[in-house]
Design a protein around this ligand. Structure first.
Ligand code: BDP
Length: 328
């Protein structure tokens, strides 16, 4: 059930008029899914694939309705909307939700993964399987991890080689303590602002820099206003596909199994799309004349070491980081 109070309380829903559609959809077994990315982004396409499969398997009894491009608000908003069953599925960046879900913090710490293969194996293996159920403590079902590549630095001023080049740069970060501390440790001035405001922030010089992966840098067109990409590869946190636990628990056990199975199957679909998107995004950006440089990643790793050690004073975080290190 979607309460009127919750719907009215969410400005984004009221503003788009989507609240009414969502209220209707509950009765019709329509599963609503949101994403901040546009409709052709790999995460959105993977969820669309999942919805089509479920619709086919249930002969149309259950279908998905997608709300891409951040239509229903920021990731912090949509996670809460899903917890209270105002919407059903939120695909969000793990970096943005780890204040609320401490078990995910080790995945968002800097330089946790050796490479993309390592990240995928960790998420697919027992570490990923241990973390996903922890979303249930706060009203969500963790369905899957998706790829997000590695994040690097981009800015409108100059190439960044070492943390010394970050001094006084206002760098936008997702609203999460790990990110704020990470960028501060690198010598920057970490500025948490919502994803949807980064382009304008760079354009109007409210911020000087941001950090993200190639696919996002390209699809948001931020490369048009930040002309220096410096490869730091500082964070390999994945994306998370989360479902409202209340909605999930209200489904039959066969439907629950189907949703879990299709979410799992959507992971390799997403990854194939991701590999393609990452390569084409990088090429598009370089062709558009963005200056590329390889940063001194060892210097960045050293700069964040004390901050990482502080987080690892927590035994649970330290244990997971050690398991990740030891993972093939
Ligand atoms: C992108 C994630 C997206 C986040 C965004 C951010 O795919 O979910 O909202 O980063 O930095 O890579 O906020």
């Amino acid at each position: 059930m979607i309460s009127r109070r919750l719907l009215l309380g969410t400005g984004a829903l009221a503003a788009t008029g989507a609240g009414f559609a969502l209220a209707q959809s509950a009765a019709e077994q329509v599963i609503t899914a949101v994403d901040v990315h546009p409709r052709d982004y790999p995460t959105v396409e993977a969820v669309r694939w999942m919805g089509q499969e479920i619709e086919r398997e249930t002969a149309g009894r259950i279908s998905f309705r997608l709300y891409p491009s951040g239509q229903l608000g920021s990731e912090t908003d949509t996670v809460n909307l899903a917890r209270f069953q105002v919407l059903d599925i939120a695909r969000v960046y793990l970096g943005a939700v780890n204040n609320m879900f401490p078990a995910t913090q080790p995945l968002a710490l800097p330089y946790t993964f050796r490479d993309e293969g390592h990240m995928r194996r960790v998420c697919d293996g027992d570490i990923g399987r241990d973390i996903l159920p922890t979303f249930e403590r706060r009203g969500l079902v963790g369905l899957a991890f998706y790829d997000s590549g590695f994040r690097s630095m981009y800015n409108a001023r100059h190439p960044i080689h070492t943390p010394a080049d970050m001094r006084d740069l206002k760098v936008r970060v997702p609203r999460a303590d790990i990110f704020i501390e990470m960028l501060d440790a690198m010598g920057a001035n970490a500025t948490p602002i919502p994803f949807g405001e980064v382009f304008t922030g760079l354009q109007t010089h409210l911020i000087d820099a941001a950090e993200n992966n190639w696919a996002t840098f390209q699809s948001t067109r931020q490369y048009e206003v930040a002309r220096y990409w410096s490869q730091t590869d500082h964070c390999g946190a994945p994306e998370a596909l989360l479902m409202s636990k209340a909605r999930f628990d209200g489904l039959s056990s066969a439907d629950r199994d189907l949703i879990r199975a299709k979410a799992r199957e959507s992971v390799p679909i997403m990854r194939a799309l991701w590999d393609q998107k990452q390569a084409t995004a990088r090429q598009t950006v370089l062709d558009a004349g963005v200056h590329f440089n390889q940063a001194d990643t060892e210097a960045f790793r050293r700069a964040v070491e004390p901050m990482k050690r502080r987080w690892m004073a927590d035994d649970a975080i330290a244990a997971t980081v050690r398991r990740i290190d030891a993972h093939a």
